[in-house]
Ligand binder design. Structure first.
Ligand code: ZN
Length: 103
């Protein structure tokens, strides 16, 4: 086996967390976090906690203006997985700061 060392940092994102992440083109950093619900296009640089908050708000039938049944279904299935611990694990992976602007 030949290992080619490129000198670049590569992210080691656990398989089960990849669905929350959009990795930058060079693979060195998370560009944005994204909502894992199929069909939802929500992305954010406000950190993984903002994704969890987004899913929670949209999963709440009492929040009529934002409620989305797909998010409720996802939340019910993934509540234990998408926990505060998961948010902490995601926050440990390097990600672009909110002030980042693409040139
Ligand atoms: Zn969403």
């Amino acid at each position: 086996m030949i290992i080619i060392f490129t000198g670049k940092m590569s992210l080691n994102i656990p398989e089960n967390l990849k669905k929350y992440c959009i990795v930058a083109e060079d693979g060195s950093i998370i560009d944005k976090f994204k909502c894992p619900v199929p069909g939802c296009t929500f992305t954010t640089r406000l950190g993984p906690g903002a994704v969890r908050m987004h899913v929670l708000i949209k999963a709440d039938p009492l929040n009529e203006s934002r409620y989305c049944p797909d998010h409720e279904t996802y939340w019910r299935a993934s509540e234990s997985e998408f926990s505060v611990d998961t948010v902490r694990a995601l926050a440990r992976i390097p990600y672009r700061p909110v002030s980042y602007k693409k040139e």
